[in-house]
Write a protein that binds this ligand. Structure first.
Ligand SMILES: C[S@@+](CC[C@H](N)C(=O)[O-])C[C@H]1O[C@@H](n2cnc3c(N)ncnc32)[C@H](O)[C@@H]1O
Length: 388
């Protein structure tokens, strides 16, 4: 039987959050700025509960800590062990699926991926602002800025260039177009920058925070080199005077989180005085990016290099995948889909987990080839579709 619980190795991720002094300092300072004495704070996506704890230290009277994962149990144990159980309520659930009163003076969270894409950040804070934050309350973070800089990184560029060549005579060029638009998560070394960064786009969180943003940054090249990528990171505003960032140039970098590298459309030799015009179109909810990179010589109005790239063009999409997206497409259940439908029907009829496993194994031998596979399917169904 497969192990049905969250492994303790998930604590490794939270070690990163807890050991990042600059991040904790920034959140604590911002909470001190925005939480009224005795106020009520929602720690959205609490993990260990550390941000809720900082809210208490900042003067909050009560905290509600919400986490949809097994970390809710961890937070409950830690708050109790720290003598805070009477001031903290821990709710296990995904914020958009639970109901809470609209009473919070502040909602704090840190669902910030390397380029502030995905992780439900925009959707969760929009929903929290609408349903949980009292009018005039504070969201932390409340605004995201996407910053870019021109970068020389021949080593990572090899991973793009390979696809234009061959491996042991096996020509790879047929898909080089996909590789040209593939982005990388990397630790960007400050020494690899060819010029200063600038903000290319920004978006509020909460009202109007759709996660869609677009804009252009003009970046001055300040040393000779080869442009391979745009490096990108976020700046997230927590309060009037506090932000967290993954900028590699800042001592207050939030923690171990990486930056992204967006290919610039081919290596381009650049010299001081050149300008790199970088335009971004971001859909942070769908984690989709489109970017153009123009390189202009000093005084020139027309670029001497231009590339327009996007995740969409780079995606490995087959015609059958596109057909499935057509509005008039009628989906047919796969054998696995039929098995899931049957399992859900059995759950609704009150079957035990043992009988679920036996029925799946007996009725769908082509899907579940061993008792263990049937057991794993049952566990997935328990986790995704049933009450605890
Ligand atoms: C990036 S960790 C941050 C944990 C903690 N807030 C901290 O700062 O150390 C995100 C946590 O939020 C949880 N989470 C993410 N989105 C959530 C949501 N919409 N509702 C509840 N929990 C969420 C995840 O399960 C995970 O434990």
């Amino acid at each position: 039987m497969a192990f049905p619980f969250t492994p303790a190795s998930v604590l490794e991720e939270h070690w990163g959050y807890l050991s990042a002094g600059a991040r904790l300092d920034a959140y604590e300072r911002a909470l001190r700025e925005v939480v009224p004495p005795g106020g009520v704070v929602l720690d959205l996506g609490s993990g260990t509960g550390i941000l809720g704890w900082l809210a208490l230290r900042a003067g909050a009277g009560r905290v509600v800590a919400v986490d949809g994962s097994a970390m809710a149990g961890v937070a409950r144990r830690l708050f109790a062990a720290n003598g805070a159980a009477d001031r903290v309520r821990v709710v296990e659930g995904w914020s958009r699926e639970i109901d809470l009163p609209r009473e919070f003076d502040a909602v704090v969270c840190d669902q910030l991926n390397p380029f502030a894409l995905g992780a439900g950040l925009f959707e969760s804070l929009r929903d929290a602002k609408e349903r949980f934050l009292r009018p005039g309350g504070a969201l932390l973070p409340r605004r995201v800025r996407w910053e870019v800089a021109p970068v020389e990184d021949a080593e990572t560029w090899e991973r793009v260039a390979l696809w234009g060549g061959a491996a042991r005579g096996y020509a790879l060029g047929a898909i080089s177009r996909n590789a040209r638009g593939a982005r990388f998560c990397r630790e960007v070394k400050p020494g690899s920058l060819l010029g200063r960064p600038a903000v290319a786009a920004e978006s509020p969180l909460g009202d109007g925070g759709t996660g869609k943003a677009a804009g252009t940054a003009v970046l001055e090249v300040d040393r000779p080199g080869t442009l391979h990528f745009l490096a990108g990171w976020f700046r997230a505003e927590l309060s009037d005077s506090v932000e967290v960032t993954t900028s590699p140039l800042e001592g207050t970098r939030v923690d171990h989180r990486l930056q992204v590298l967006l290919p610039a459309g081919g290596p381009v030799a650049v010299a001081p005085g050149d300008r790199v015009r970088a335009s971004l179109r971001i859909d942070a909810v769908d984690e989709q990016l489109a970017w153009t990179v123009d390189v202009l010589a000093p005084g020139a109005s027309e670029p001497r290099h231009r590339a327009a790239l996007s995740d969409f063009e780079a995606a490995l999409v087959e015609p059958a995948d596109l057909r499935r997206l057509a509005p008039d497409h009628r989906p047919l259940l796969s054998p696995r889909g039929r098995a899931t439908l049957r399992a859900l029907a059995l759950c609704a009829e009150g079957a035990t987990t043992a009988s679920l496993r036996e029925s799946l194994a007996a009725e769908f031998p082509g899907v579940f080839r061993t008792p263990r596979e049937a057991q794993e399917a049952v566990q997935e169904i328990l986790e995704r579709f049933t009450e605890r």
